[in-house]
Design a protein around this ligand. Structure first.
Ligand code: UT7
Length: 337
């Protein structure tokens, strides 16, 4: 069996730290509510000169450095994000240009929300030839989609990026499972309906606005996150529990024996619910959502990066990664370091 293995990691944490006390100044909330209902203490937002692409490039550059390979050896670039800077080109192509990665290799983004990085692992496994190297990035700038008049979502999300360099090697076990169940109403982000009018219906007004703005490209609308928190919570617990069993079945490793279970960092209560249901110890479920909040596609690689940095992913370490989120999507992967 040939499987993928992480050989380098990098991350990029945005410069602005927003504590729950800071959040209280702009949203009708309290530190106590956020901590006890979610486990979040602070999150990071992009500041001056930072955006999704700048974070993704920083994380990717560090991952390549730490892998010990040359950037010319990268054969595939995939970015998991729901908050790209541009509709086109993809974030992966922006990274390719900025870091001068080889031309002529596949580079594209995927939208599987909070399951995006795990979807990406599976794609790398499928697309990468043996002995070659891929760059997989999870990056989000969710602060650009927050509705600060909705306290039930505004306090949850943060920005960040993390990246992995992977190699496909003979003899490395790798297992994954991807799933989706289409559901728009539980968790969605869309621009205001007026902005979705076909341009040909108001071409004159569009030309007028362009002239008034001195020829600047038009802002085609701002996306805002909407979530039915309770139904997503119920879905998340079910998805995490089922995906845990799926990974145990595929890998043959019982949850008690796996070294780490790295879940999407949405809410401490979701992780605790499943952990207690399965009678597993706290230290098996890595968490850093207290520092970053929910960073969607970046959350699993940010957690892996912290473990990597703490020296907890030594050769032979086996990790279940489990994601769940908008779509609805859910996915699991079993990595061996
Ligand atoms: O990343 C994708 C996956 N996402 C998730 O997995 C998120 C899943 N959902 C959740 O984590 C939780 O449902 C939330 C954290 C979003 C909400 O927690 P909850 O315990 O389900 O709260 P709730 O929505 O049932 O609201 C309980 C109360 C309400 O007040 P009343 O009606 O009981 O008086 C809310 O208005 O808490 C109130 N509330 C707040 N109070 C202070 C909601 N947001 C806030 C807030 N500060 N930020």
């Amino acid at each position: 069996m040939s499987g993928i293995q992480i050989i380098g990691m990098g991350h990029a944490v945005p410069s602005v730290c927003v504590t729950n006390a800071d959040m209280k100044k702009i949203v009708d909330t309290s530190d106590e509510w956020i901590r006890t209902r979610t486990g979040i203490r602070e999150r990071r937002f992009c500041g001056e000169g930072e955006s999704l692409a700048t974070l993704a490039v920083r994380a990717a550059a560090e991952a390549i450095d730490s892998s010990g390979i040359r950037k010319e050896q990268i054969r595939l670039v995939i970015t998991a994000t729901v908050t790209p800077d541009y509709q086109v080109p993809s974030t992966s192509c922006l990274i390719q240009e900025k870091l001068q990665l080889p031309s002529g290799i596949p580079a594209f983004d995927i939208n599987a929300a909070c399951s995006g990085f795990v979807y990406g692992l599976s794609l790398v496994q499928a697309l990468l030839p043996e002995n070659e190297f891929a760059l997989l990035i999870g990056a989000e700038q969710l602060s650009r989609m927050l509705d600060f008049s909705d306290r039930s979502t505004a306090v949850l999300f943060g920005d960040g990026a993390a990246a992995a360099v992977l190699q496909k090697k003979a003899g490395v076990p790798f297992y994954s499972h991807l799933a989706a169940g289409g559901n728009r109403s539980a968790l969605w982000a869309a621009s205001a309906p007026a902005n979705r009018l076909p341009a040909w219906q108001n071409a004159e007004a569009q030309a007028e606005r362009k002239e008034q703005s001195g020829g600047k490209p038009e802002d085609t609308g701002t996306y805002r996150i909407h979530m039915d928190g309770r139904s997503v919570f119920r879905f998340a617990v079910r998805a995490l529990s089922e995906e845990l069993r799926e990974m145990e079945k595929q890998s043959g490793i019982p949850a008690e024996k796996v070294d780490q279970i790295v879940c999407h960092q949405a809410n401490q209560r979701i992780l605790d619910y499943v952990r207690k249901e399965r009678g597993l110890p706290e230290e098996k479920f890595f968490r850093n959502l207290d520092r970053y909040g929910n960073t969607s596609g970046a959350s699993i690689p940010l957690a892996l990066y912290d473990l990597w940095n703490e020296g907890k992913l030594e050769p032979g370490t086996r990790v279940f990664c489990i994601g769940f989120g908008a779509g609805l999507t859910w996915a699991g992967a079993c990595l061996t370091f």
